[in-house]
Design a protein around this ligand. Structure first.
Ligand SMILES: NC(=O)c1ccc[n+]([C@@H]2O[C@H](COP(=O)([O-])OP(=O)(O)OC[C@H]3O[C@@H](n4cnc5c(N)ncnc54)[C@H](OP(=O)(O)O)[C@@H]3O)[C@@H](O)[C@H]2O)c1
Length: 380
């Protein structure tokens, strides 16, 4: 029985992870759950899965009364980190959205626990620190993102990583994939939130529409699999059936396919190295046509900005991420336009004085400075 500590349990990944655990009560046991402000759902999840500890960052004070069995309740700003530090688990699944997931990621690795990582912003902002720390602590990190799970599944042969020529990340292209710059001028948050193939949280859905999500995944792939940026290619694949591919030195290309359903990569991270009965619909190949094309980085500039920030290194990816988080928030509130997102991120990157080989404290400082700087740009 694997003991699972789930951070971000009330979100899209979190609730789907609980679907997987619900299907396999003989294999997985929830020992801890953490949410940010949705205390009601957290209490319901706790009453169903009966973890010994739960954590809530903000919100209702009667959480303890809503939980109908003896359970330790941790609250406050650093609730998720304190939960990681005090709860004994075999795997921590980090499904928090945004850079808020970074400190829980670090605490998990420092504590020597296997990390199933959905929170891509950790890897984007602090990839080098995370990779070094996992080596030092001998901790495994398992990818949850469908693209990285696909690559991971293609690399199961011992020594396969050394034989990679190129990683090919597939992207659905989001709801605006056939739009010109002119057509993108007045798109609304409501339109951006209608993803054609995946059902996800709001932030990642907007990131998919701008292609920043794919830029983040390029950075994630670099740190997860040790592949140079020039050997990571993005292709638009509207059907979202091929979840990513690896081209090897001999020219062979391996792909992992399946219907677009996050419960598969979530389950693989939890059950690894075993494969167990899944919850997802089975892939029917009859009548299926798969198409691939080059992304338009002149229209979707966020992808190019992400490559540039990644190659520049140091604290540039932290600026990319912080500026993007604020821009997405402002776009969702209707305070900026869709095409302002790359403009503001570019301005934040251009104005940044980088720190190379940053510490976690440097990254947190740069994150907060960038948020303030972008907010000021919008006000002025
Ligand atoms: N959704 C997908 O299909 C998908 C696929 C691949 C990767 N990912 C990655 O997985 C992560 C989660 O995505 P999601 O779509 O599941 O997001 P989501 O639906 O917005 O859920 C986010 C979760 O994080 C919690 N949270 C929000 N802000 C927090 C904070 N400041 N501190 C601690 N917890 C916080 C939320 O709690 P409350 O509900 O209480 O606010 C919620 O449980 C993201 O990094 C995303 O890029 C998602």
């Amino acid at each position: 029985m694997k003991r699972i500590l789930l951070l971000g349990s009330t979100g899209s990944i979190g609730t789907q992870a609980l679907d997987v655990i619900r299907k396999h009560p003989d294999l997985f046991k929830v020992v801890g759950l953490a949410a940010y402000s949705n205390g009601e759902l957290l209490a319901r999840q706790a009453n169903e899965f009966r973890p010994s500890m739960i954590a809530l960052t903000k919100g209702i004070h009667d959480l303890k009364d809503m939980v109908k069995y003896p359970c330790e309740v941790i609250t406050g700003e650093d609730a998720a980190v304190r939960l990681v530090e005090s709860c004994d688990a075999d795997i921590v699944l980090n499904a928090i959205v945004g850079v808020a997931g970074l400190l829980p990621t670090i605490s998990t690795i420092k504590g020597g626990t296997t990390l199933a990582l959905a929170n891509k912003e950790s890897m984007v902002t602090a990839g080098e620190i995370i990779v070094n720390l996992t080596r030092e602590k001998g901790v495994d990190i398992l990818p949850v993102d469908s693209e990285h799970s696909a690559i991971f599944q293609c690399l199961q042969k011992k020594g396969a990583q050394k034989e990679i020529r190129k990683i090919i990340l597939t992207a659905s292209g989001g709801p605006f994939r056939d739009y010109s710059c002119d057509m993108l001028k007045d798109v609304t948050a409501e339109q951006a939130l209608k993803h054609p193939t995946w059902s996800m949280g709001k932030k990642i859905t907007v990131d998919s529409a701008t292609l920043m999500n794919k830029g983040f995944e390029v950075i994630e792939a670099h740190w997860f699999f040790g592949v140079k940026y020039r050997d990571i290619e993005v292709v638009i694949h509207p059907e979202s059936i091929v979840h990513s591919m690896v081209e090897f030195v001999d020219g062979a290309v391996l792909a992992q396919m399946g219907v677009p359903d996050m419960r598969l990569p979530i389950q693989y991270a939890l059950s690894y190295p075993e494969r167990i009965e899944g919850l997802t619909e089975r892939l029917n190949l009859y009548g299926l046509s798969l198409t691939f094309r080059e992304p338009d980085t002149r229209t979707f500039r966020c992808l190019k900005l992400a490559y540039d920030a990644a190659i520049a290194g140091g604290t540039y990816p932290a600026v990319l991420n912080a500026a993007n988080e604020i821009c997405v928030e402002l776009f969702l509130k209707g305070m900026i336009k869709f095409l302002d997102i790359p403009l503001l991120i570019e301005k934040a990157l251009d104005g940044h004085k980088p720190i190379y080989n940053p510490t976690i404290e440097d990254i947190i400082y740069v994150d907060s400075q960038t948020r303030d700087a972008v907010k000021k740009m919008v006000v002025n």
